[in-house]
Ligand binder design. Structure first.
Ligand SMILES: *Cc1c(COP(=O)(O)O)cnc(C)c1O
Length: 470
C-alpha cells in the first residue's frame, strides 16, 4: 500500500498558512498544466502509514545483523545528537563556517593517525566512489611522471567486486590474480603479473576471507619495485583500527568507509562517505578543494595538480560529524579495544560453528569468517541461499551469501564488536538448529521464508526491473 492509496480529497495533516510573500509570476512555459498529484492524508493516517513501513524494515537497532563485509555495528545515538546540532544542520555550504571546516580538518587528522597516511580527502560519497577517486589520483600521478604506459590494475580474485569495477571506470585494464590455498595473495602469481604497465595493486588486508596476509611487506616490495602503487581497500578497517596501520604495511593510498568502520548508519542507500588518504607524494593530486589546517585555522585550498572535484561542495558533511563524534568518544584506548573485540567476537562465533560447517580460514580469523554450505548442499540439497532465506524467518538478519566468490556456497559472518556474548550464543543456537532441520526436512527450506511479506523474488528481475510503487 502506498501513501497514494490512502489519499482522500481535501484531507490534510497540517494547516499551511497563507503565503505572505508576493507571488512571482513565472513565464508561461514554466507553469504547470495541471495540479501536482500529491497525496492528501490526515495526520494519524500519515503517522500509521510510515510507522507501518518502518516496522517492515530491519536494521541494526532491531536485532543481530551479521552481514559479512558490511560491518553492521551499532551506531551510538550520541553521534546522532551531535550531528543534529543546529550549528551543523543549519549552515549553508557557501557560508563561511569555521566550525565545520575545523570538524573536517580534525577528522582528516584523526584518519591520518589511524591509517598512517599524510593527507585525506573527505569528498567521496561511498566506498566505490573513494576507490574511483583514488584510482584517478593514481593515474594522475603516473601521467605527471610521464609514465603513460601504466594502464593495468591488478586485483586478487578475493577482491570486493567494486575494486575491478572502479578500476575499469577509471580507464584501467584489470588483471585478476588467483589466491593461494590459504586465501592470501599468491606471491608468485603477483610477481608474474607486475611489470612496466602496472599502475596499482588493489588489496584488502585482512582479505575478504577475514585472513590477515602476513606477506604484506613482501607484496609491497614487489609492487613498488615494479613502479606500481599499493592501494588499500579499507572499507572494513574494523579489525585493525588503532592496532596496525596500512601506511606502515607499505600502502600508498587507502579508502575508508565511514559508514562501516566509523559507525555511521548505512544500508538502504542513505548518505555514505568514502574518504581517500594518501602518502605525501600523492597529496598534490587529491580532489579540490582540500581542507588545510594552518596555525589552528582551517581553510579550503586547491591542490596544485588536483584531479578536480569529485562531489558537490565537500562531501556528506553530517556523516563526517558522526564519524568524528565516534572517534572522539572511543578515543586512543577505545579504538584498538573495539577492533580487538570485533576480532574476538568473530573467532568466538567461528569456533562454535566449526563443528558443523567447513570454515574457509586458518585457525583464527580477523573480524569475519566464511563458512561453506557445499557439504550441506551435497548431503541435503539445502544451499547457502536456502539456508540464508531460512534464517530470515527466525527474526535474525542473514549473513552475506556467495561472497567471496572463491568459496562455494559461501556464508560470510561478521558479528562486530557491539554484539554481546548472549546475542552471539543465540545466533549460533539458531544456525545449529537450522542445520539439524536441514537433515530432517530439507524440502521445507526451499519454500522459506514464509513469515515475510515477500518470499523469494526473482532477484535479477527485481534489480533490473524494480516495481517500487505497488
Ligand atoms: C563495502 C565495501 C566496498 C564498497 O563500499 P560502498 O560504500 O558500498 O561503495 C568496497 N570494498 C569492500 C571490501 C567493502 O566491504
Amino acid at each position: 500500500m502506498t501513501i497514494f492509496d490512502i489519499s482522500k480529497e481535501n484531507r490534510t495533516a497540517c494547516p499551511i498558512s497563507a503565503c505572505d510573500v508576493k507571488q512571482y509570476q513565472l513565464s508561461g512555459g514554466m507553469l504547470r498544466v495541471c495540479d501536482a498529484e500529491l497525496p492528501e492524508v490526515d495526520e494519524l493516517s500519515l503517522v500509521r502509514h510510515y510507522t507501518g513501513l518502518s516496522k517492515k524494515a530491519y536494521g541494526v537497532d532491531d536485532g543481530f545483523y551479521p552481514l559479512g563485509s558490511c560491518t553492521m555495528k551499532y551506531n551510538p545515538k550520541i553521534n546522532e545528537t551531535v550531528a543534529a546540532l543546529d550549528g551543523f544542520t543549519k549552515i549553508h555550504p557557501l557560508q563561511k563556517a569555521d566550525g565545520a571546516l575545523q570538524v573536517m580538518a580534525l577528522l582528516e587528522d584523526r584518519l591520518c593517525a589511524i591509517t598512517g597516511m599524510d593527507a585525506f580527502t573527505l569528498q567521496p560519497a561511498a566506498g566505490a566512489h573513494g576507490e574511483f577517486t583514488a584510482l584517478l589520483t593514481i593515474r594522475a600521478y603516473h601521467l605527471d611522471r610521464k609514465d603513460a604506459k601504466r594502464n593495468k590494475v591488478i586485483v586478487p580474485d578475493s577482491a570486493h567486486g567494486t575494486n575491478p569495477a572502479s578500476a575499469a571506470m577509471a580507464g584501467f585494464e584489470i588483471i585478476n590474480i588467483p589466491s593461494s590455498s590459504d586465501g592470501c595473495v599468491d606471491v608468485a602469481a603477483l610477481e608474474t603479473a607486475v611489470g612496466e604497465d602496472t599502475a596499482a595493486f588493489m588489496l584488502t588486508n585482512p582479505n575478504t576471507l577475514g585472513i590477515f596476509d602476513k606477506n604484506i611487506k613482501k607484496i609491497a616490495e614487489i609492487v613498488h619495485k615494479a613502479g606500481g602503487l599499493l592501494y588499500y581497500d579499507g572499507a572494513n578497517l574494523n579489525p585493525i583500527m588503532g592496532v596496525i596501520r596500512p601506511g606502515d604495511m607499505g600502502f600508498d593510498v587507502v579508502h575508508l568507509n565511514l559508514h562501516k568502520t566509523f559507525s555511521t548508519p548505512h544500508g538502504g542507500g542513505g548518505p555514505g562517505s568514502g574518504p581517500v588518504g594518501c602518502k605525501a607524494f600523492l597529496t598534490e593530486f587529491l580532489p579540490s578543494p582540500v581542507v588545510k589546517n594552518r596555525n589552528g585555522e582551517a581553510r579550503l585550498a586547491s591542490a596544485p595538480k588536483s584531479i578536480g572535484r569529485m562531489k558537490s561542495f565537500y562531501g556528506n558533511f553530517l556523516v563526517m560529524v558522526r564519524a568524528l563524534a565516534y572517534i572522539e568518544t572511543l578515543g586512543r584506548e577505545g579504538i584498538p579495544l573495539s577492533a580487538k573485540i570485533a576480532v574476538l567476537n568473530a573467532n568466538y562465533m567461528m569456533a562454535k560453528l566449526k563443528e558443523y560447517f567447513p570454515i574457509h580460514s586458518s585457525d583464527t580469523c580477523m573480524h569475519e569468517f566464511v563458512l561453506s554450505c557445499e557439504k550441506l548442499k551435497e548431503e541435503t540439497g539445502v544451499s547457502a541461499l536456502d539456508f540464508a532465506k531460512a534464517i530470515i524467518d527466525t527474526g535474525m538478519h542473514p549473513p552475506t551469501m556467495y561472497f567471496p566468490l572463491i568459496v562455494h556456497e559461501a556464508l560470510m559472518f561478521e558479528p562486530t564488536e557491539t554484539e554481546s556474548k548472549e546475542t552471539i550464543d543465540r545466533a549460533v543456537d539458531i544456525i545449529v538448529s537450522l542445520y539439524k532441520q536441514a537433515y530432517e526436512n530439507a524440502a521445507e527450506f526451499h519454500l522459506k521464508p514464509q513469515k515475510m511479506p515477500i518470499g523469494r523474488p526473482d532477484e535479477v528481475k527485481a534489480a533490473r526491473n524494480p516495481i517500487i510503487t505497488a
